[in-house]
Design a protein around this ligand. Structure first.
Ligand SMILES: [Cu+2]
Length: 301
């Protein structure tokens, strides 16, 4: 167990180092005037513990080199949707998203042109024995502040309030073929070929016109080097972020992983309630792998 924890701890440390090393140079002044209204004091959130949400209006954020694009310059529109059914108390559920991309580079060597991408988040949390930071609340957190100067997650985004946030494996399919993640995940075997997935159902952080992320007085763009100095465009909980990344690193990418995919669904609404999957890592590891894959394939839209 010590080894696993060391792997995780060193991963988190490396993330911080990579972030510090890869932050883009000074960004130019914004070209569009962002909203100037002072935000209301942050209200307590009271969502969950069950979530049945659908998302639309796909925005693919950045690509290899810069996946955060604080100036909004490289945010592509796609066509697609997402559906999420979660129980934040049980830390179970699933998220499935499908979208098209014209031209997208999630990695130095991967070019997705006119492709259909499907992401399946089949379960939440870390493999048994791998320690998880408390703010992750066991894999699905509800009513939680992340990023910015919260101390939870890297400051790659400003401090943002979330109705729900998840961490766990995610499977990636391109035109129906699975793109395999690493042979291991957090030092454990990775028979599903998963990547690391993260979801946030959050306030609106990007200006809907410019797709930029502004600092607190709108005099420039947000920078992770100054995580106190951020803003949100709207406190409405209406944005669904999905992040997919490898564990392996690439210092030429930001954030510094060799595979990174960042997709936002700008419009969200209540989905019809349906039974929530009760699959966990522990249950999955007791099942024959062909049964696991059969179940995952049944989640394909
Ligand atoms: Cu996040």
């Amino acid at each position: 167990m010590i080894n696993r924890q060391l792997v995780l701890a060193s991963g988190i440390l490396a993330t911080g180092l990579i972030l510090a090393a890869c932050t883009p140079a000074a960004t130019p002044a914004p070209t569009a005037v962002p909203p100037t209204e002072a935000p209301e004091p942050a209200a307590e959130l009271d969502f969950g513990p069950e979530f049945h949400i659908q998302g639309s209006r796909v925005r693919l954020v950045g690509g290899y080199g810069d996946n955060m694009v604080y100036d909004g310059a490289n945010v592509q529109s796609g066509v697609g949707s997402a559906e999420m059914h979660l129980d934040a108390d049980a830390n179970t559920g699933s998220i499935v998203a499908t979208f098209t991309v014209d031209s997208f580079h999630p990695s130095k060597d991967i070019d997705l042109d006119n492709a259909s991408v499907t992401l399946i988040f089949p379960l939440f949390g870390f493999p048994p024995g791998v320690e998880m930071p408390g703010y992750m609340e066991g894999g699905i957190a509800d009513n939680v502040g992340l990023h910015g100067d919260t101390g939870n997650e890297a400051p790659i985004l400003p401090d943002v309030r979330n109705a729900a946030a998840t961490w766990g494996p995610v499977l990636v399919f391109v035109n129906g073929e699975q793109l395999m993640g690493g042979e291991t995940m957090m030092g454990m075997p990775n028979p599903m070929g998963a990547f690391l997935g993260h979801m946030m159902l959050s306030e609106v952080v990007r200006d809907p016109e410019t797709q930029a992320l502004y600092n607190s007085d709108s005099s420039g763009f947000y920078s992770p080097m100054d995580p106190h100095n951020g803003s949100v465009v709207s406190e409405d909980i209406s944005l669904l972020h999905l992040i997919v990344r490898s564990e392996t690193e690439d210092a030429d990418n930001f954030p510094g992983f060799d595979f990174f995919l960042h997709v936002n669904f700008e419009t969200t609404s209540e989905a019809a309630a349906m039974p929530i999957s009760d699959l966990t890592f522990a249950k999955m590891m007791e099942m024959p792998m062909d049964k696991v894959m059969e179940m995952l394939m049944s989640m394909m839209p």
